[in-house]
Design a protein around this ligand. Structure first.
Ligand code: PBE
Length: 304
């Protein structure tokens, strides 16, 4: 084939391919503040894993704000799937409503805002608690003392989370954070005797970014005290059960008083609550800031 002939053949093929491809990319329309929001997103809130407290609370919010009447629904997925859907929506300026919480890097990485919750369905304020098994104080007093003292700020937790989100191994990220914050770590361990013989200590957690960060930091500090610490990721219900049945020693993943309320009550009396390890967490619904006319959960309603 001559060059000319080749072109005569290839050009229509390329054109056809181009047409086909552009037809395939079903680009959703950009957010339109002048139109009702519901139909633009099929009345769907993008959620995370079914076991998360935020999912149960969001179901409750749908009922309490009268959104189920409009057929609003909550889609189950995972944190990773939700943040990648959010990423895509933001790149294309599309409307989206997600289940959001802080501390989390989604609020640093993306221009998003919490929706006001005038009925306080998600609670007024949320803290993270440390929960240990009964008898830990007698069996492993040094570990108990450290766990009791452990506390940090949302900013500090975010420092570890960002590193892990950037691809760093969580144990490495925890070690580096500990090295960079010797005074903070000293306040959790000062005066506690190192234990001998490498006694084991088991922590359980749910693999949310916040809990990956806190659990790894606490595990590393306890290793520094001489414990042979294992950490095991699981769903929320087995995590609470593991402490209640003495299979595990501690977890630092109890978002309270609202998000983990169900398990806190189900297992009441079968664990020891060591109180807050992080103050000022927040849970709710969130949208991109370019959705300027949507500022409260109430705004999802009645806007047709
Ligand atoms: N979260 C993060 C969890 C707790 C930690 C808000 C996704 C939840 O149970 O919903």
């Amino acid at each position: 084939m001559t060059m000319k002939k080749k072109l005569r053949f290839l050009l229509p093929v390329a054109l056809l391919l181009g047409l086909l491809l552009s037809g395939c990319s079903t680009k959703a329309p950009e957010y339109n503040a002048k139109k009702p929001l519901g139909p633009q997103i099929n009345y769907t809130i993008t959620g995370i894993d079914a076991g998360a407290g935020i999912m149960a609370t969001t179901q409750k919010a749908l009922t309490e704000y009268g959104l189920t009447k409009d057929n609003w629904q909550l889609q189950t997925s995972s944190t990773a799937a939700m943040t990648s859907t959010l990423d895509k929506a933001i790149r294309h300026h599309e409307p989206i409503v997600i289940t959001g919480w802080q501390p989390h890097w989604m609020f640093t990485k993306y221009p998003i805002k919490f929706l006001k919750d005038p009925k306080h369905v998600y609670g007024k304020s949320e803290n993270i608690h440390t929960i240990v098994r009964k008898g830990l104080k007698q069996d492993k007093p040094e570990a108990y003392e450290m766990l009791d003292r452990f506390h940090w700020t949302p900013t500090e937790m975010s420092q570890v989370m960002i590193q892990v989100n950037n691809g760093k191994d969580p144990e490495r990220a925890a070690k580096e954070w500990i090295q960079a914050h010797p005074d903070q770590v000293k306040s959790w361990t000062k005066g506690i005797k190192k234990v001998s013989g490498h006694p084991t200590l088991k922590m359980t957690y749910v693999a949310w970014d916040s809990e990956i960060a806190s659990t790894n930091v606490v595990a590393e500090v306890l290793r520094g005290l001489g414990y042979k610490v294992t950490i095991q990721a699981m769903e929320m219900q087995p995590m609470w059960a593991s402490i209640a049945t003495n299979v595990a020693d501690a977890q630092v993943a109890a978002w309270l008083p609202t998000t983990s309320a169900k398990y806190y009550h189900d297992y009441q009396g079968k664990f020891v609550d060591l109180g807050t390890n992080l103050k000022g967490a927040r849970v709710g619904l969130a949208v991109p800031k370019y959705m300027t006319n949507i500022n409260s959960i109430e705004d999802l309603k009645n806007n047709e």
